[in-house]
Design a binder for this molecule. Sequence first.
Ligand code: ZN
Length: 469
Amino acid sequence: MRPRISFQGAAGEVTGSRHLLESGATRVLLDCGLFQGGRETEQRNQASFPFYASFVNAVVLSHAHLDHSGRLPQLVAEGFSGPIYCTPATRELLGILLKDAALLQERDVEWENRRRRRSGRPLLEPLYDLDDVHRTLDLCRPLEYCQYQQIGSDLRLRFLDAGHILGAAIAELEIEHPDGRIQLVYSGDLGNPETLLMHHPEVPARADWVIMESTYGDRDHQPLGDTKEELAGILQRAHERQGNVLIPAFAVGRTQEVLYHLALLGREGRLPQQKVYLDSPMAIEVTGVYLGYLRLLDTSDLGALTANGRYTVPEALDFLTPTPTAEESIALNRIKGGAVIIAGSGMCEGGRIRHHLKHNLWQRNAELVIVGYQAEGTLGRTLVDGARQVHLLGEDIQVNAAISTLGGYSAHAGRSQLLAWARAIGGEPRFCLVHGESGARDALCNALREQPGRPVTCPERNEVVELVR
Ligand code: ZN
């Protein structure tokens, strides 16, 4: 049998990344992510895997984001007991994210089951619990960038830096086959070379096949320099009007980018706020992991922050007050004005940001700063779209605060950056595009096809592609 890949998720969509590589007797799963989005999409997480979990020899995990990792505990619960290869930083972030996911599911299911009990409907089970998460973490085998790892008799794995979030990796897999060796590259999520703190995504020297993400295959991002200036303007305006600045942000990546910009502005004497609160237990923990892996971060970004070593990074963050406990968070409601509050969730769908929105949205001097993509149907999107009133924690709240969207923060490569990465890979690779909605994916596909000798396909969900040489 020729080596082959089945594309089981993130094929024509951006969540649920999961691709099964079969070569000889070896079966390797590339990522095992949650489907995220509307109720219908998330329903797909309930289904069993279309293979015996115990037949899978190993998992190669590109990075910790739940749309790439969030179904691993389910895989383990279904009988997978092999190694999960990931970078050491990914292993640490994974622990934080999976535990949070398990607790959230438990809470949501409990809430739904209360309604179901009252109406006599069958009860739901959470997808997994904390025990499954612990067993999953025990299977993680940390692999540093550039180290080789043999998998089975015919596969060899190496991670390159994807520059997306801390620990994110591009997987290079060498497949030994009687017809000759096949070099397969799985991009995972590719970073935006402008992303703060992260390196540029590394370019594999050569490949025969590339499974490549296409999230922003149809557009480029706003330059990051403009974003910092816009943020400075908002901080100044809020300071003059004595209003609070609320920044909803996801815990991994975006929060650290925003903190970095705040720290730089602080260095430049342009952070007039006396207090910046990081009001998310998860973001506090994740920021701690970032601080533990400074060696993986971009040295020129860190140099700008520390004035080339005159300060330590923690000193550069001395403006920051973490508020891990619920009491500390509630105390922030009494702040009259002049503070910056960073809290989750990033799309205002849950988390502590909702309390802060309730206490601030109606105030004319408050500022809401949107720093990430807001999916349709979320409270964040409703606010960005200009709603004058929202229903929040049981109350109708007037929206009088100023709402700004800062478009430059993105942990994903934009269109030009994706094309440059793909074109720099040596050999004559064929591309399979994944992790993109159809418009973005088709746009990238058309652009890649302009370069002769590089065939491109856009596999449908569950499509199987044979890896010919
Ligand atoms: Zn990601």
